[in-house]
Ligand binder design. Structure first.
Ligand code: SF4
Ligand code: SF4
Length: 497
């Protein structure tokens, strides 16, 4: 078996930005208290089954609902429940359980796990993944036969493993897979194959990770169920809507989920969680999170208990001499973390700290520099094709200029990963033309990646205008067209809150 190369002509490659995470891993202390949101990852919020005063063990299920599309949620520490109440989390009012930790780090293992996982049935594997909480990972969950996804394991036709970091800052696969974890990843894949028996597996890896590609290829040489692909990292390859057409050569039903066409997309950390659940009995109580961005003095990869307050994770490592903006997972689309007392959850991969920089620069757009990034290659940093350690590009919150009129440069059109015409849509939405014209321009195909805003030399928030246009259309009663696809479990998807 050899890796096949796949290319993507659209999108944009972010190269040589400062603030990449360092090449080390540290386990951080267990915090004095954790706040566990009862909706994490894919699926509905689940009701609590503990109350204030209850003693709980790390790994114990504290919330579940086997009837709804959801996965159980666990305590990540040994300690005592001190509060169960509604909190505002990621812009939603949801219940959360606050637990005072006793500081011990052991955890309760899942019943029925086995290092000899080959002896487990597909149903036993599904049950372990469901009970571990790993079933909530990925944008469609992992189908287990226990309501963790909208489709059943036998309906999965393709599984894609996303191993191409395409963001400005990315968690390092090299760090994630060292110290024997590469083998855990390989076993995790084989466990998933036993569960999702009808599925073909496709593993997408960064083409520059040559050693990793060789090792994965060698480890999987004894089976023909796995295809391995190498891709150049280009944003936004981490969107299912982009990766599925490239790897499977089929269209994505925009406005729906990959599970509606029988495809499950998971990242490498999700496969490691599957391994830990089934072969080691470890529930999903911990994530590896990389600190990124010029706002951190040091940027290790950290082993973090779920529910740890963000301030517990970033303290002592963030710069004190600058005002910072903390962002979860993506500089282009991630949520700004305004309340650092709020917790990390199962979906965190990176915490990015960018210096707040609003200083106005006269004629900013006409001031090229070695440390600036530009789609049009008009800045001096373009001289260093693959980057330079001396002139690493900077990344702050400064827009470096005010919004100006569209100059029809078509940069936004060139990069748009779903081949729609952002500047046309922007002009209609800006003039408040909210009608079928937007549908004919395929506005609902927009995946809200914000790349159009990033490349726009006129500083127009093109992506935000398009998002507003979609919301206004829905308010006026227009629907996202299903495009004639034969879709699975659409009603279940719609019923998810
Ligand atoms: S139009 Fe949508 S999909 Fe295209 S670049 Fe802009 S935000 Fe991304
Ligand atoms: S990138 Fe900006 S200026 Fe250029 S066409 Fe798009 S909206 Fe207009």
């Amino acid at each position: 078996m050899t890796a096949k190369h796949k290319s993507f002509s659209r999108g944009y490659a972010f190269k040589n930005f400062e603030g990449q995470p360092q090449d080390n891993f540290l386990q951080i202390n267990i915090p004095e208290k954790v706040i566990i949101p009862l909706k994490q990852g894919f699926g509905d919020e689940v009701p609590p089954i503990v109350k204030p005063g209850d003693k709980v063990a790390a790994g114990q299920i504290i919330a579940r609902d086997d009837e709804s599309v959801s996965s159980p949620v666990h305590s990540s520490v040994n300690g005592k429940v001190i509060q169960v109440e509604q909190v505002n989390y990621s812009g939603r009012e949801i219940n959360a359980v606050t637990i005072e930790s006793d500081g011990t780090d052991d955890f309760q293992k899942l019943d029925g796990f086995s290092s000899e996982w080959e002896n487990l049935s597909a149903e036993q594997i599904g049950r372990l993944i469901y009970l571990s909480g790993a079933g909530s990972l990925g944008k469609s969950g992992i189908p287990t036969g226990f309501n963790s996804s909208i489709i059943s394991p036998r309906d999965v036709e393709n599984v894609i493993i996303q191993g191409v970091g395409s963001e400005v800052h990315n968690l390092s696969l090299e760090v994630l897979l060292r110290d024997g974890h590469l083998w855990h990843f390989i076993v995790g894949l084989k466990i998933l194959k036993k569960l999702l028996t009808n599925a073909a597996f496709h593993i997408a890896l960064d083409k520059s990770a040559k050693n990793l590609i060789t090792e994965v290829t060698d480890f999987l040489a004894d089976t023909d169920s796995f295809g391995i692909y190498s891709l150049k990292p280009k944003y936004p390859l981490d969107y299912d809507e982009v990766l599925i057409p490239i790897l499977l050569d089929r269209e994505f039903p925009h406005g729906f989920s990959s599970a509606n066409i029988g495809v499950i997309v998971l990242d490498i950390q999700a496969v490691l969680h599957v391994y830990e659940a089934v072969a080691q009995g470890k529930p999903l109580i911990e994530r590896t999170i990389a600190l990124c961005g010029g706002g951190f003095r040091e940027r290790p990869h950290l082993g973090v208990r779920i529910g740890s307050p963000i301030e517990h994770v970033v303290k002592d490592r963030a710069r004190q001499d600058k005002e910072l903006r903390f962002i979860r997972n993506s500089s282009l689309t991630g949520e700004a973390l305004s309340d650092l007392s709020s917790p990390v959850d199962r979906t965190f991969n990176t915490i990015i700290a960018l210096p707040e920089d609003t200083e106005r620069e006269f004629l900013a757009f006409a001031r090229p520099g070695f440390k600036r990034d530009s789609y049009s290659r008009t800045v001096l940093s373009a001289l260093f094709k693959d980057g330079s350690d001396t002139f690493q590009k900077t990344c702050s919150t400064n827009l470096h200029g005010e919004e100006r009129p569209c100059i029809f440069c078509t940069f936004c059109e060139n990069v748009c990963p779903v081949a729609i015409i952002p500047h046309h849509l922007f002009h209609y939405v800006e003039r408040d033309v909210i009608d079928e014209t937007l549908l004919s321009l395929k506005i609902f195909n927009c995946i809200e990646c914000n790349l159009c805003s990033y490349v726009c030399p006129s500083k127009i928030s093109v992506g935000q205008y398009i998002k507003q246009g979609k919301q206004k259309l829905l308010e006026e009663g227009f629907e996202c067209p299903s495009g004639g696809f034969e879709l699975k479990a659409v009603e279940k998807l719609k019923s998810l809150k």
